[in-house]
Design a protein around this ligand. Structure first.
Ligand code: SF4
Length: 478
């Protein structure tokens, strides 16, 4: 969603002041709409209250309507990223990973060496597989070998942590459904896995919309808990001695990893220390003068579901709607649903599903991808006219397989063809039901002490914070 212009990022983010929002500085938006077809415009006058008047040649004054800037337009400016966040994301690049690996080679005392862990998301793996003409399995084996040859100690797959995220989301949905009589903010429950959406909700809609967002951490951040908590304990290593890198399809995951909520004061460490995108892995391969297809295969690390590559049903953004809908049908309506009928509404990125059982209140859910559709849902909620119990919200049109950090196409392939290729690869992996994954259910017992424990709430859930805008309007050149 966001683009950056620093430390190798692209786009328009610039450091100006260090304490607040980087104010929009582009001369790109007019505050009013001037209807030039209505007649010759004479002068524009700005009133004390900030409204604009059009004064015609004959002296007639017309108050001008404020222009409607779509969210697609305004989010392109990155003006809602704070300076502090921009500093933090500079700490997250492939150069930082190279630096840590180099330091590891130079230290003489092994106790000062970092244990380097890389967790790869399935969407990023699909992008790299498409780029290098590999199957998903081949890409998984070769990426494991590539990172290990560089000096990385362990390579994991965030599909494993997503199983926890899906289970927790299902349970939270049913709990909210049962509490709906007393908790007015229970519905709709809004998905929480997309940091682009969370960032937007916190900065634009503040306290009103936040209670609707599921408290479940994203797969990236649950992997952070698994690595810095369970894995650290298992290996007898202090969390701050682990350097945890994730490979993700978007830049927004860098902002997510930088959130204070995912920082341990006790160990002075983050759950995820560095996020690199699929495109940045391509740059790493180029720097090493390696083509991924030429790398020898290496076995997946067995901890965290590494036996065989698996996926979840429900599409390239993780399948939150599918999993919650199946679970809700079983737990709340007493029925099993084999397949759902998705009804396309305004566009392919806005679809709904209704689960109906005679004599019971139907449960309605929707997918809303891209900011046009998100805005639509938010407006419906504000007007108290949202008919859904759950909405799988994702910032990118077409979802995570189409994330802004995926490898860009060059040559004859069109972006549309590449997206179809990436989606096909992503869907080619056998699916698994998180509820019956024995390594997941056993970790619930061994690590978290079961469902709904204090430990599971601390390690698998998070909270959101209203961010006050401090935009300095004087800095905006209209
Ligand atoms: Fe990142 Fe997926 Fe959200 Fe896009 S939809 S910003 S890829 S998490």
């Amino acid at each position: 969603m966001f683009t950056y212009k620093m430390a190798g990022f692209s786009g328009a983010l610039q450091l100006t002041d260090l304490n607040d929002f980087i104010t929009p500085s582009q001369e790109c938006i007019k505050p009013v709409k001037i209807d030039r077809t209505a007649g010759k415009v004479g002068k524009i006058r700005i009133e004390d209250d900030g409204s604009y008047l059009s004064v015609s040649a004959t002296g007639t004054e017309t108050k001008l309507q404020k222009a409607q800037i779509t969210l697609n337009d305004c989010l392109a400016c990155s003006g809602c990223i704070t300076s502090a966040e921009s500093v933090l994301i500079t700490q997250q690049s492939q150069d930082e990973l190279f630096r840590v690996l180099q330091e590891n080679r130079e230290v003489e005392d092994d106790t000062h060496r970092k244990v380097v862990v890389v967790s790869i998301s399935p969407q990023a793996r699909a992008s790299l597989a498409a780029k290098y003409g590999l199957s998903m399995e081949e890409a998984a084996y070769k990426l494991t070998a590539f990172f290990k040859n560089l000096g990385v100690d362990y390579v994991f797959d965030t599909t494993f942590s997503r199983s926890f995220s899906l289970i927790e989301s299902c349970r939270e949905f049913v709990r909210r459904y049962q509490e709906a009589e007393t908790n007015k903010m229970a519905f709709p429950m809004l998905a929480s896995a997309c940091p682009g959406w969370i960032c937007y909700a916190e900065k634009t809609h503040g306290s009103y919309i936040l209670p609707y967002i599921s408290t479940v951490k994203s797969p990236q951040q649950i992997m952070g808990s698994l690595v810095k908590n369970y894995f650290a304990e298992k290996k007898g290593v202090s969390p701050d001695r682990i350097y945890h890198v994730t490979v993700m399809p978007c830049f927004d995951k860098k902002l997510e990893a930088s959130r204070p909520d995912f920082y341990s004061d006790m160990y002075s460490t983050r759950d995820v220390d560095c996020v690199i995108t699929s495109g940045e892995v391509e740059l790493m391969l180029e720097k090493e003068k390696i083509t991924l297809s030429d790398v020898e295969d290496a076995q997946l690390d067995p901890l965290f579901g590494g036996g065989a590559l698996v996926n979840h049903i429900g599409g390239g953004s993780g399948g939150y709607l599918e999993h919650i809908a199946r679970y809700a049908a079983r737990e709340l309506l007493g029925t099993e649903v084999a397949a759902f009928e998705y009804k396309t509404l305004r566009n392919q990125d806005f679809q709904e599903v209704t689960i109906e059982v005679e004599g019971k209140q139907p449960i309605k859910m929707a997918l809303a991808y891209g900011f046009r559709n998100i805005q639509n849902i938010v407006q419906k909620i504000k007007r108290k006219k949202c008919p859904y119990h759950f909405v799988e919200i994702m910032a990118c049109p077409s979802g995570c397989t189409n994330g802004g950090g995926q490898i860009k196409v060059v040559g004859e392939t069109t972006p549309k063809d590449r997206l179809a290729q990436v989606t096909g690869l992503y869907n080619s992996v056998q699916t698994v039901n998180p509820w019956t994954q024995s390594d997941v259910t056993s970790l619930y017992e061994e690590w978290l002490g079961g469902f709904e424990t204090e430990k599971s709430r601390t390690l698998l859930h998070t909270q959101y914070h209203e961010v006050e805008k401090m935009t300095n309007a004087l800095a905006i050149k209209w």
